[in-house]
Design a protein around this ligand. Structure first.
Ligand code: SF4
Length: 620
């Protein structure tokens, strides 16, 4: 098989046994790899209603057909899939770096971790040799420390490591899995699932070749994409980086500020991408086989956070900055560093702190509850301390570590209205009250609040649609983007390069054909994307999610934007949300409750999933 290693590794952490089985070629063709293949394998090896922290919740790690090749931004990715301890639906998170390259070269399209080890372990995959080793001495260490210690004890600098930090060990629900010290499979709490298995780290060394079907044409295509990636479509990532969004969003009044109390931050200049690059960016680096290099490494050289160092993107900057009313980049860099240290999703961490500050400002939390911390908006020291407490599950951090949804339920006193999440996953840096196409994308996203499942905000921000009013017919655009995005995440190529695929499915189909040798048309590629989105939905349906979960945070639907300016008064009414959902389900060919119909699944060639939806349709 070209483009695939042809093997899936099973690691049973309960029994300590491992086995390898051939990759199902039909699955490769239908679900590509990455998140598509990962979700299908998760479905096959899990039971309906499984608890996310049960040993019966398999953690699936996959590579894609481009992983291990020199495809720019695509040779280096991997994905994790499991049931989320936040949404209780399907979770997927990808990361780049070079871990995925190494795993593919070790000869695996996927690894499925079953069961739970009795005590902390790490799995050492050295080509065909797989060992489960004691990790007691690594427990309590950060992902970066863990990586260094594993390389040291195995005596090979080129080993690649994906690890959880102390937060994953303590089942912090926003814990992530970090590779190469700062690259995170960040969202949905998969680090906590890994922690629930007592699995501290996965170390990989691979020395095999990854073969592509048409090497000469493939290399020509690689060269073409190298040029495209040096062009205007990726300029933002290569220059200011994603923090460029700060001033753009602020000007449009679509940057959630102080836990959605505002949509505009008066001190945005002080946390802008421009200021960050001028004062703090020390170096720009990139993942292996990337022609773009987007990773802006920031260092604080003076003041109370002197010595802090982290890669900073728009989302964590926004979450720890404007969302908490904090206008200090040095504190934000420190916050990002702490998230890497404890192994927590830096977007969710900032949003949780913003939520806690809102509770404090409203008297729902007091200094007694916060262990003496004056958790007011704008207090950068409070922001940093609260992140630390979440990472340690210490004091108030023990409640906040549950994520805003569960934390609000525990706190009570109306805190639920301040918890800005969708399906239990914290919001990201787009004010959904005034970005109505994005609002639909966020509401129906199968992994909860997220901009990366659809990218529909672009239609609003770039002015393609009236962002303040939803109109029937727009769901088609959201669906089409979702289908592109699932293909991107299954091949695995980096989202930051998406703008270079000018011909969309034509480019993606050509890439897939050159790598695998399976002649694939653009329409067939599109169908793969649609199939994967339907697979994700069927899984969520099996796990009990439905239309009621395709909703928006309370403030988005009840608190109009108060700021004078272009978005003043905007919010999403219940009627508008219903219009969005009806429009979307219709275009997807789903029932009014958001369940894929048997006809739709038949059309997509996934008839074997029909019994799952039929059971739900009968009940309804
Ligand atoms: S664009 Fe950035 S994140 Fe994506 S592969 Fe390149 S360096 Fe890595």
């Amino acid at each position: 098989m070209y483009g695939y290693a042809g093997r899936i590794l099973h690691v049973d952490l309960t029994t300590g046994k491992t086995r390898v089985e051939p990759l199902n070629e039909e699955y490769a063709k239908k679900y590509i790899g990455g998140i598509g293949l990962g979700m299908r394998l998760w479905l096959d090896y899990s039971k309906a209603g499984v608890d996310p922290f049960s040993p019966e919740n398999p953690l699936v790690l996959t590579t894609g057909p481009t992983s291990g090749t020199v495809w720019p931004t695509g040779g280096n990715g991997h994905a994790f899939v499991a049931k989320s301890p936040q949404s209780y639906g399907i979770a997927e998170a990808k990361s780049h770096g070079s871990f995925g390259t190494e795993l593919k070269r070790a000869g695996y399209d996927g690894v499925i971790f079953h069961g739970r080890a009795e005590k902390p372990v790490y799995v050492w995959i050295d080509d065909d040799s797989v060992q489960i080793l004691d990790a007691s001495h690594l427990w309590g260490r950060s992902p970066a420390e863990t990586e260094d210690m594993i390389k040291e004890e195995l005596g090979d600098y080129y080993i690649r490591v994906a690890a959880i930090g102390p937060a994953g060990e303590k089942l912090v629900r926003i814990a992530c899995i970090i590779n190469e010290k700062s690259r995170a499979a960040g969202r949905c709490g998969l680090g906590a699932v890994m922690g629930s298995k007592n699995l501290k780290a996965i170390a990989v060394r691979g020395t095999k070749d990854v073969m592509v079907a048409k090497p000469d044409e493939f290399l020509e295509f690689v060269k073409e994409f190298h040029e495209r990636m040096k062009g205007p479509a990726t300029k933002k990532y290569r220059t200011l980086g994603t923090p460029e969004n700060v001033l753009v969003h602020n000007a449009l009044h679509c940057m959630p500020t102080r836990n959605y109390n505002n949509a505009h931050f008066e001190a945005a200049e002080k946390v802008s991408g421009e200021y960050l690059n001028e004062r703090y960016v020390a170096k720009i680096i990139g993942c292996s086989s990337c022609a773009m290099r987007c990773e802006h490494i920031c260092i604080v050289n003076e003041g109370p956070y002197k010595g802090a160092m982290a890669r900073v993107e728009y989302e964590p900057l926004w979450a720890m900055g404007p969302y908490c009313g904090v206008d200090r980049l040095d504190a934000i860099i420190k916050g990002c560093e702490l998230c890497n240290y404890y192994g927590i999703d830096s977007i969710s961490a900032g949003v949780i702190v913003g939520f806690a500050m809102d509770c404090f400002e409203n008297g729902i939390l007091t200094v007694k509850d916060t262990d003496g911390i004056e958790a007011r908006f704008g207090n950068h020291e409070a922001m940093v301390k609260l992140i630390e407490k979440i990472g340690k599950r210490e004091g108030i951090g023990d409640i906040l570590a549950e994520g805003v949804k569960i934390a609000a339920e525990k706190i009570g006193k109306g805190a639920e209205k301040l918890a800005q999440h969708i399906k239990g996953v914290e919001v990201t840096g787009y004010d959904l009250r005034c970005l109505k196409t994005a609002a639909l994308g966020f509401a129906v996203s199968f992994r909860g609040a997220d901009h990366n499942r659809h990218g529909a905000y672009a239609f609003d921000v770039k002015g393609k649609f009236n962002r303040l009013k939803y109109e029937k017919g727009r769901a088609k655009y959201v669906k089409d983007l979702e289908d592109v995005y699932t293909v991107i995440d299954s091949l695995i190529i980096c989202k930051f390069s998406r703008g270079t695929y000018y011909k969309e499915f034509e480019d993606l189909a050509k890439l897939y054909t050159l790598v695998t040798g399976w002649e694939t048309t653009p329409e067939e590629m599109r169908l793969k994307g649609e199939r994967i989105n339907n697979l994700a939905r069927v899984i969520n349906v099996r796990e009990g999610l439905s239309r009621k979960d395709d909703t928006l945070p309370w403030k988005v639907m009840n608190v109009p934007i108060p700021d004078e300016g272009p978005s003043k008064g905007a919010y999403v009414s219940k009627e508008e949300l219903d219009l969005m959902l009806d429009d979307y389900y219709e275009v997807r060919g789903w029932t009014r409750d958001g369940v894929p119909t048997p006809e739709k699944l038949r059309q997509l060639g996934i008839d074997d999933l029909i019994p799952i939806v039929e059971a739900k349709i009968r009940k309804a």
